[in-house]
Design a protein around this ligand. Structure first.
Ligand code: SF4
Ligand code: F3S
Length: 106
């Protein structure tokens, strides 16, 4: 499955949800996740993310492996999102900032 990683936090651009053919993105307060049981590995979402936050499971950057589990867990708790919405305020400022995992709201 594909995995949403740290740089989505506090950005949530949502371009990714527009292209997913199986509607497997789920939305929390300041982060999106992919349901690994629904993702069909079509690869369409990866280039759409302005924050480059989406990776194939076996290409998740070093140090971000915990996001594989977070996507699996949180996708069971959060509602599906299928429509593009406005990014979070200051998304452009947060894009690329390190250490955002501790800011993840569940
Ligand atoms: Fe959806 Fe395809 Fe991305 Fe999986 S790889 S989340 S199926 S757009
Ligand atoms: Fe997040 Fe990128 Fe989608 S910032 S909401 S994974 S377009």
């Amino acid at each position: 499955a594909f995995v949403v990683t740290e740089n989505c936090i506090k950005c949530k651009f949502t371009d990714c949800v527009d292209v997913c053919p199986v509607d497997c993105f789920h939305q929390g307060p300041n982060f999106l996740v992919i349901d690994p049981d629904e993702c069909i590995d079509c690869t369409l979402c990866e280039p759409e993310c302005p924050a480059n936050a989406i990776f194939a499971e076996d290409e998740v950057p070093e140090g971000q492996e915990q996001f594989i589990q977070l996507n699996a867990e949180l996708s069971k708790l959060w509602p599906v999102i299928t429509e593009v919405t406005k990014p979070l305020p200051d998304a452009d400022d947060w894009n690329g900032k390190p250490g955002k995992l501790e800011l993840l709201e569940k």
